[in-house]
Design a protein around this ligand. Structure first.
Ligand code: AP5
Length: 210
């Protein structure tokens, strides 16, 4: 299964990718996670990406296309993968087609903007392993401590209120056109994001028939 997860920032792509990964035994490839790791390690790519990410803008297409080419060529992606947060522009989607990567389904997780703002404002992530929590919807067992590795939970810099609004604006302008792009190719599956994570997962598996 080669899947793309589309959706606004905070729609739940990363949360659902974790579950699908386990069910289908395929890796999730998140450009957001790859870029955050590069920023943490202060690589050249990380340094370049930081200003874009912190301000809520998209990282330039050529950087993303290079990341995705390298990642999808690795052994663990040969039997399928989930793309989380990529493509995000028509140019990135066209680049995937030019790489002859045949996508089976594109799942668009739809969530209204006001819900997105609530979700991202309550998100906490582990500074060590990157695991994601929510103060209300997915709390950690101990406040501010990661259940998985005991690391410290922090607020992502791009989850600050003004940056959330900018990310939503950029999403509607640059990423939403991909819904029609993939609908025209007969690959689109729309899933309405539910209040409970497990309810969205159930709908998603039903629609994918897995
Ligand atoms: P990225 O990390 O991809 O950020 P994003 O798309 O903004 O997605 P998020 O991680 O914010 O949200 P998500 O949909 O995964 O939601 P999550 O499951 O965490 O990218 C970050 C930045 O990197 C971009 O802004 C850009 O600058 C750059 N970048 C990355 N890829 C790029 C690309 N291809 N091109 C150019 N630039 C790129 O859920 C959110 C919260 O809600 C969590 O706290 C969760 O617990 C909670 N939650 C989830 N589901 C539910 C539910 N059903 N009910 C209640 N709460 C829920």
């Amino acid at each position: 299964m080669r899947l793309i997860l589309l959706g606004a920032p905070g729609a739940g792509k990363g949360t659902q990718a974790e579950v699908i990964c386990e069910r289908l035994s395929i890796p999730a490839v998140s450009t957001g996670n790859i870029l955050r790791e590069a920023m943490k390690n202060e690589t050249e790519m990380g340094r370049k990406a930081k200003a874009f990410i912190d301000s809520g803008a998209l990282v330039p297409d050529d950087v993303i296309i290079r990341i995705i080419k390298e990642r999808l060529a690795q052994d663990d992606c040969q039997n399928g993968f989930i793309l989380d947060g990529v493509p995000r522009t028509v140019a990135q989607a066209e680049a995937l087609e030019q790489m002859d990567i045949d996508i089976d389904k594109v799942v668009d997780i739809e969530v209204p903007d006001d819900t997105i703002v609530k979700r991202l404002s309550g998100r906490r992530v582990c500074a060590s392993c990157g695991a994601s929590y929510h103060t209300i919807y997915k709390p950690s067992a101990q406040p501010d401590t990661c259940d998985r590795c005991g690391g410290r939970l922090i607020v992502r810099k791009d989850d600050e209120p003004s940056t959330i609004l900018e990310r939503l604006r950029v999403y509607h302008e640059q990423t939403e056109p991909l819904v029609d792009f993939y609908r025209q190719r007969g690959k689109l599956v729309v899933v309405e994001g539910q209040e409970q994570v497990a309810d969205t997962t159930r709908l998603l598996f039903e629609k994918l028939g897995v």
